[in-house]
Design a binder for this molecule. Structure first.
Ligand code: GDP
Ligand code: IMO
Ligand code: MG
Length: 430
């Protein structure tokens, strides 16, 4: 058995896509276990830039099978476009399968996402407007339509007619005109024809591979603090990005997981609303945004940037029972003379070292900082720990020491080669 979960350890965009691509060539299967096209995972190969929203980031390896797991919500049009775009860039891709249990995102989900956000006024979540929340709402309400149903014409017609009637009532409550059945049914039947060959029960495929001792990699989307239960509720997504979500979203048990790596940036970013106590609303924040080109892959929005929050990272290590950390974007922190890291939260006169679950308390915490020396050097050509400047190594030691979690991999640039593997034993068990 050799199974590995790659999870976002912060608020998303930690460079999960790059890491899954790098490790994907060593895996038989890569399975995405949660979320939908709210995710944007970037893979850079030479001059080519691939952005995956739904397709697992292992697809570029022709001997690796990519599975879109049952925990996902899938926009069929988005998936078809993504597949066409990827095929136009690469003629040889790995095989792809879609779990019949994954839910379908329909245009009414997108519309409701926007209408609900407008209705929230000042309390906007800042969603990606991809219909993710409303699609998961339908799943939980047990009226969602699954991929397995979409590809069965008669079943789809009956279910879609039923659900659209309910959704049209909801749209009208928001003052939006109803959607017309015939046009949408025909549009989605067309998508079903294009996707039918990929849709199957993927859970047995995974179980068999695990039984055979093949390497299986679980690709997380979003990040730990966007998790519906473990995140900064209500400023979260509607799924379970944490390591536990890998079980629910792909159909394996917790004892089938050998290793969990948490991907974290050397600093912190967040897109959308919600408390962010180490946020830098100043020149340094702008410097990090510029040096790191911190603009969203999915929405193009400028990402909020701040110092590394070790309180949050340590909590993430615990929630996900991390075997190791993957520290990314270390190169971005150059030319900042002093780096601060948050080691505690001051709340109502005392210092705590966990994220309070109440959102008002979380918004009220003040960070307690330790100051570490920065570095000027460009790290992108470093290929071993010894190549890194001394102050960078001290920064990394501080992270390990505080989180009590070893660093397995370092990333010092977007390219595959700009990766330093420190602990192979934490990645695969064989
Ligand atoms: P994901 O959603 O976690 O897959 O991350 P995104 O793809 O949304 O954002 C990560 C961005 O950082 C992408 O543009 C990557 O190409 C880029 N990237 C990945 N690793 C590194 C790194 O170590 N240094 C720098 N400078 N960029 C990186
Ligand atoms: P990857 O996989 C960063 C954020 C949105 C918003 C909140 C809810 O690329 O790391 P949603 O559309 O999911 O209902 O939005 O979650 N969000 C992400 N932020 N990276 C992501 O994915 C995200 N997916 C959702 O910005 O604050
Ligand atoms: Mg992203």
């Amino acid at each position: 058995m050799s199974t590995l979960v790659i999870v976002g350890a912060q608020w998303g965009d930690e460079a999960k896509g790059k890491i899954v691509d790098v490790l994907g060539s060593q895996a038989r299967i890569v399975v995405r276990y949660s979320g939908g096209n709210n995710a944007g995972h970037t893979v850079i190969v030479g001059q080519e830039r691939f952005t995956f929203h739904l397709i697992p980031s292992g697809i570029l390896h022709k001997d690796t099978v990519s599975i879109l797991g049952g925990g996902m919500v899938i926009c069929p049009k988005g998936l078809i476009e993504e597949l066409q775009r990827t095929r136009s860039m690469r003629s040889e891709l790995g095989a792809m399968m879609i779990s019949a249990a994954a839910h379908v995102v329909f245009p009414y989900h997108r519309l409701l996402d926007q209408l609900e956000e407008e209705a929230r006024g000042h309390n906007k979540i800042g969603t990606t407007s991809r219909g993710i929340g409303p699609a998961y709402q339908d799943k939980v309400a047990r009226i969602g339509i699954r991929m397995g149903e979409l590809v069965r014409p008669e079943r789809f017609e009956t279910r879609f007619r039923e659900v659209l009637t309910v959704k049209n009532r909801l749209l009208q409550m928001f003052g939006h005109p109803p959607l017309e059945f015939e046009a949408l049914f025909s549009e989605f039947s067309g998508y079903a024809d294009q996707l039918r060959e990929f849709v199957t029960d993927t859970e047995p495929v995974l179980q068999d591979a695990i039984q055979r001792g093949e390497r299986v990699l679980f690709e997380g989307a979003q990040g730990t603090f966007l998790d519906l239960d473990q995140g900064t509720y209500p400023f979260v997504t509607s799924s379970y990005p944490t390591a536990g979500g890998a079980c629910i979203g792909s159909g394996i048990g917790p004892r089938a997981i050998d290793s969990v790596l948490g991907v974290c940036k050397a600093y912190t970013t967040r897109v959308g609303s919600g408390p962010f106590c180490t946020e830098l609303d100043n020149e340094i924040g702008q410097q990090i945004r510029d040096q790191g080109n911190e603009y969203g892959t999915t929405t193009g929005r400028g990402r909020r940037c701040g110092w590394l929050d070790l309180v949050a990272l340590r909590q993430s290590c615990r929630i996900n029972s991390l075997s190791g950390l993957v520290v990314t974007r270390l190169d971005v922190l150059r030319n900042i003379p002093e780096l601060q890291v948050c080691t505690g939260y001051r709340l109502n006169g005392s210092v705590i070292n966990h994220l309070p679950s109440d959102i008002d308390d979380l918004a009220a915490v003040e960070p307690v900082y330790e100051t570490l020396q920065g570095w000027e050097e460009d790290l992108q050509s470093c290929r071993s720990l010894e190549d890194l400047p001394r102050s960078t190594r001290i920064y990394l030691d501080f992270i390990e020491h505080y989180t009590k979690t070893p660093t397995a991999i370092l990333s010092i640039g977007p390219e595959r080669e700009e990766t330093i593997v420190l602990r192979r034993d934490l990645i695969w068990s064989h």
